[in-house]
Design a protein around this ligand. Structure first.
Ligand code: PLP
Length: 395
């Protein structure tokens, strides 16, 4: 193990940097892949076409299926996650929906962590029942609750930590339980990224990312990806990928490849600044609790090799939340996260907006919860910003 700024047992950072550095030269010796901005790929003759369609010859056919720039991104993510294969998508949600629907059909059931990402929850609540697919929600931090829900399910959907309350799941234990029953396990690993958590090495079958977050890292792309065994990715290709049509564009794949090169540099910075701010918030008189995995004793912590810069906290009653949020200058008000810039999300303004699907009430998220995406700015500037916002917001 080399000198590792996170102080964790695993060191995926150095490994990630090496994986990303081993680019083969591209055509003409270019160090950066070309953007294959083309919808289709032609064949020199009848035999080439026939052999390619018969699988005897490898060549991209049409960019809704394969595109070399996208394939380069997929290969990088597969290598980072320790997977045999990966598939890029036009968004994290396209990756999530195509993955779930590739493994579950009418009359079947999935088990999902109750505090999963809001639009994954809405997919499960709105679309899946129309397809006669049942979803049971569990407190993923309680292995007995998951064990009780698993028998007969087709798919287990994890997200560790969750992205509003930052609750952990013991993914190694849960993946083992699922595997014993032939249940496919998926995890949304957008928070940790492959430099802080490698779920496949802990028995998880399929790793999902909103690549719009840390993989891209620059808030300029919406994209998604799923990584797993060749057989599982083949099932996604054959069951949903081409027909749902949520393919990744070559230009966005190129932006993601550009983002990935600095992933092992960005994550330790997000971690360090995030921990500094979390610690200061914890000691602040106007903060009741900080929801950050660093403060958890859950066994699910064992699979983390670092902490991302996204976490939440609850403020005391005497803080006027709209005034606090509006007073922040470096923390822009906005959803998403994982980019270079700091962001703030007040839970009450963002989670209460879907009638009938109020995840705040359902999952016990306090209306006094505020989420920070700690970006790459100077941590002292960020803290000064927070301190002055508290001053203004005190009633
Ligand atoms: C934890 C998590 N998973 C998945 C998604 C969905 O990804 P996308 O917005 O790329 O579709 C998001 C988006 O915010 C997210 O926060």
């Amino acid at each position: 193990m080399n000198e590792h700024p996170t102080g964790f047992d695993h060191d995926y950072l150095a490994e990630a940097a090496t994986v990303l550095a081993h680019d083969e030269p591209f055509p003409g010796g270019a160090v950066v892949p070309p953007i294959y901005q083309t919808s289709l790929f032609t064949f020199a003759n009848y035999a080439e076409m026939a052999d390619t369609f018969a699988g005897k010859r490898k060549q991209p056919i049409y960019s809704r299926g394969d595109n070399p720039t996208v394939m380069e991104f997929e290969a990088r993510v597969a290598a980072l996650e320790g997977a045999q294969a990966a598939r890029g998508f036009s968004s994290g949600m396209a990756a999530i929906s195509a993955t779930v629907l590739a493994f579950v059909g009418a009359g079947e059931r999935i088990v999902a962590v109750r505090n999963c990402y809001g639009d994954a929850y809405r997919l499960f609540e709105r679309l899946l029942p129309r397809l006669n697919i049942k979803v049971d929600y569990v407190d993923g931090s309680d292995p007995d609750a998951v064990a009780a829900a698993l028998p007969g399910a087709k798919l287990l959907y994890l997200e560790s930590p969750t992205s509003m309350m930052f609750e952990l799941q013991d993914i190694a234990h849960l993946a083992r339980l699922a595997k014993e029953q032939g249940i496919v396990t998926t995890i949304d690993n957008s928070w940790a990224s492959p430099v802080f958590q490698k779920p496949i090495s802990h028995g998880v079958d399929l790793v999902l990312h909103s690549a719009s977050k840390y993989l891209g890292g620059h808030s300029d792309t919406v994209a998604g990806v799923v990584a797993g065994s060749a057989a599982h990715i083949k099932q996604i290709n054959e069951q949903t990928y081409s027909y749902l049509g949520g393919k990744l564009s070559p230009f966005e794949a190129w932006l993601l490849l550009r983002g990935l090169r600095t992933l092992p540099l960005r994550l330790p910075h997000h971690m360090k600044s995030g921990l500094t701010i979390a610690e200061r918030l914890k000691a602040h008189a106007n903060v009741e609790r900080v929801n950050h995995p660093v403060y958890s004793n859950h066994p699910g912590k064992a699979t983390l090799a670092g902490y991302a810069g996204l976490f939440s906290f609850e403020v005391t009653d005497d803080i006027d939340i709209p005034v606090f949020v509006d007073a922040l200058k470096y923390f822009r008000i906005g959803v998403s996260w994982g980019g270079h810039e700091s962001l703030v999300v007040p839970a009450k303004a963002s989670l209460e907006q879907t009638p009938g699907l109020n995840s705040m009430a359902r999952f016990g998220v306090s209306p006094r919860t505020i989420r920070f995406n700690v970006g790459l700015e100077s941590v002292e500037d960020l803290w000064a910003d927070i301190a002055q916002a508290f001053e203004k917001a005190r009633k």
